[in-house]
Design a protein around this ligand. Structure first.
Ligand code: DC
Length: 231
């Protein structure tokens, strides 16, 4: 007996723990994990490095034609990492300078078309966990399992602060709070695929759940959707 491979779409606000859950699930199920936010961050990094004017559609289109994104599995870290034109850019894409610009870049229609086409391609074989903002609503509207994650705003601020503090000990809680609030606002009010819960997405509020409790709850949801079939 074997289980069906499905698509698991995880959406929600920044710093709700989407990637932690997505990675754990992918590892447990033997699925691939795709961090769609990393794609928008890598595009943003390219735009910053090359001083692409985001208000000029021709510059944006030209820049996108020069961008090649790929996810490559890192055996040591046991996770997939994003490459921008053959350079591993994982060390740079979470810097504050990228975080401050990424929501604006992700709101550009052409950028979304560019990223979504690649994301849909990655889902053709199923057996994938993808996290982001529009995965259940726009990228994979037919995903077998859609999860919409939320958490108390202050819990999220502290989680992101602790994460960023490791590489940037000068960062303040206020800076992190301001960045999260701004990104939430832009992500959920933009014209193109704003962040919203797909009608058939299950809500997961993890403010008061341990990582383990959350994982086992979601695993139940996965099992309900992957009925055993003959191998
Ligand atoms: O998940 P994250 O914080 O790494 O995402 C970075 C930004 O990219 C975030 O501000 C919203 C945007 N994003 C998006 O618009 N659509 C996605 N599917 C994933 C991320």
């Amino acid at each position: 007996m074997a289980y069906h491979n499905i698509i698991i779409a995880i959406d929600g606000f920044s710093s709700c723990g989407k990637s932690t859950l997505a990675k754990e699930l992918a590892k447990h199920l033997g699925y691939s994990y795709i961090d769609s936010g990393a794609m928008y961050r890598a595009v943003t990094l390219y735009f910053l490095r090359n001083q692409v004017s985001i208000s000029d559609p021709a510059s944006v289109a030209e820049a996108l034609s020069n961008i090649n994104l790929a996810f490559i599995y890192n055996e040591t870290n046991k996770t997939s990492e994003i490459y921008l034109n053959d350079e591993n850019v994982e060390p740079y894409i979470r810097d504050m300078i990228v975080a401050e610009k990424v929501s604006e870049v992700a709101a550009i229609k052409e950028v979304r078309k560019f990223a979504v086409a690649q994301q849909q391609q990655m889902g053709l074989q199923k057996g994938i966990v993808m996290d982001g903002r529009d995965i259940g609503s726009a990228v994979f509207p037919d995903a077998e399992l859609k999860i919409f994650m939320t958490a108390d705003p202050e819990v999220r601020v502290m989680r992101r602060f602790k994460e960023m503090y490791v590489t940037n000990p000068h960062i303040t809680i206020d800076e992190v709070r301001h960045n999260l609030e701004l990104r939430d606002y832009i992500d959920s009010t933009r014209e193109e695929s704003p962040l919203h819960r797909a009608a058939d997405a299950l809500i997961l509020d993890n403010s008061n759940l341990s990582r383990d409790e959350q994982f086992h709850l979601v695993l139940e949801w996965v099992r309900e959707r992957t009925k055993p079939v003959k191998a």
